[in-house]
Every structure is written in structure tokens, then in C-alpha cells.
Write a protein that binds this ligand. Structure first.
Ligand SMILES: [Zn+2]
Length: 254
């Protein structure tokens, strides 16, 4: 059993030089390696369940999340996840439109192509989970309680109606939350993800789940750290000042 578990965050799987793009080939190779070493995905609900019952996490377990709902999740990630029998949670920013017709796409973010509802339903049938990520992807800390309520409640309902399945997880846009946002998330969901960097440790709050952004795993060498005892240590070094971090990383040739 393990005292911590990594929740990985991806956005778009593309070869663009952008902080939210991650090379598809690196994703494929990384997931294959984890599979070969006996690693398995757990769902966020299982993570939340462990936290609530203060149980340790399964050994060699990790969770995968995709934020926003880019089309590349279907094109690039889904075939890889299917091949290795892995799951993931995709957080959708659904827009205000209530149409969940097959060909309706989610509203574009960053000018990128998004998933349509046919793709979302196909992935759901295979076991990919879907969580809410609001309607319009705002910084929730700047909204009134009424607006926060409709961003969370409406997005949850649109996805639940589109899938005929309950929606139990949430990710804060830009990772931003405050007391009001947190309280609202507690009333709607079973767990919620922040974008604070870290591993999830036993006993932590399921509504402020830390994650590891794939940005920090942008090479095969860095991804391979997940397979080693150095991984928690690497994640910890990322929160220390950059100068000292460079010294350590140069020493270890990361
Ligand atoms: Zn987002």
C-alpha cells in the first residue's frame, strides 16, 4: 500500500510549444512504460474514498485527468488508454448551451478544437469518467455566490443529462478557489481538483486535490521518474527556489 498517489494533469495532446500542450508520442511511451511495470489507474472517486476512510492507496496506482475537453483526448489519448485498459477523468467546460446532440462541440478554449458529444459518449461507454469544469471556464473566485452556483450546478447537470450518468468530480478553472467556491463544491461533488503541485497524501481534503501537471514530465527521463522512489522527491524539489533546484537537477542530470 502507498501513502501517496499522483494525479497527473494533461490538457491538449499536441506537439505545440505551449504550456497546455503535451507531445502525444511522449504520452504513448509514458503510459506504455507504466503499463509494463504493472502500474494501474484508479478513479478520482477511489482516491476520494481512500481519503475519506483514511485508507492507504493501492501500490503502483495513479490517476489521469484531462482538463477542458480538447478533441485530442479522443484522437490521441483514448486509443492509448483503451489499449492498456486504463481510465481517466476528463473535466469538461461545457458552455451555456444545453444541446448535447452528437455533433455539438464544446465551446472552443484557446482557439483549439474541442470534443463533441458523440466522442464524449463513446469514451464514457468505455469507462472514461467525466467531471465538471464549469460552463464558461471563469476564475470562480471573482464571481458572486449565485454565479458560482450556476457555473457548477449547470455544468454538472448538462454533463449528467448528456451521459445519463451522475457527475461527481470537479476541477476549478485555473485551479482557483476560495472559501465560498470550496463550500459550493462540497455541496455538488464528491471531490475536486486544484492545480497545486503535489502528490495526494493520506488524510488530505478531497476538495483540494493536488496534481502533477504534465508540464513537469516533459521528457522521457522526467516521465521515467514516476517509476522510481525519486518521484516524490522530484515533485518536492519543484517547490523549492529555482536556483537551488537547478543545482540539484544538474547534479542528478535530470
Ligand atoms: Zn481549464
Amino acid at each position: 500500500m502507498a501513502a501517496w498517489i499522483p494525479i497527473l494533469t494533461f490538457h491538449d495532446l499536441k506537439d505545440h510549444a505551449s504550456v497546455i500542450s503535451y507531445p502525444p508520442e511522449l504520452f504513448r511511451r509514458g503510459v506504455l512504460k507504466l503499463h509494463e511495470r504493472g502500474y494501474q489507474t484508479v478513479s478520482l472517486l477511489e482516491v476520494a474514498d481512500c481519503l475519506r476512510s483514511t485508507k492507504p492507496f493501492p501500490e503502483r496506482a495513479f490517476a489521469i485527468t484531462f482538463d477542458d475537453g480538447y478533441e485530442s483526448v479522443y484522437q490521441e489519448a483514448f486509443p492509448v488508454l483503451q489499449r492498456y485498459h486504463m481510465s481517466a477523468t476528463v473535466f469538461l467546460a461545457v458552455g451555456k448551451e444545453r444541446s448535447t446532440e452528437d455533433k455539438t462541440r464544446l465551446p472552443s478554449l484557446e482557439g483549439r478544437p474541442m470534443l463533441n458529444w458523440q466522442e464524449i459518449r463513446e469514451m464514457h461507454r468505455f469507462g472514461i469518467e467525466f467531471g465538471a469544469h464549469t460552463c464558461t471556464h471563469p476564475n470562480l473566485t471573482r464571481l458572486s455566490p449565485k454565479q458560482i452556483d450556476s457555473e457548477m450546478g449547470d455544468s454538472k447537470k448538462i454533463i449528467a443529462d448528456g451521459l445519463s450518468f451522475p457527475v461527481r468530480s470537479f476541477a476549478y478553472p485555473y485551479g482557483r478557489y476560495n472559501h465560498h467556491v470550496l463550500e459550493m463544491a462540497r455541496s455538488y461533488f464528491v471531490c475536486a481538483c486544484s492545480d497545486r503541485l503535489g502528490l495526494v497524501a493520506v488524510g488530505k481534503d478531497p476538495y483540494t486535490l493536488k496534481r502533477v501537471d504534465a508540464y513537469y514530465l516533459r521528457s522521457e527521463k522526467l516521465f521515467d521518474l514516476m517509476l522510481t522512489g525519486l518521484f516524490p522527491w522530484y515533485i518536492r524539489t519543484l517547490s523549492i527556489p529555482r536556483g537551488i533546484r537547478r543545482l540539484i537537477q544538474n547534479r542528478l542530470r535530470w
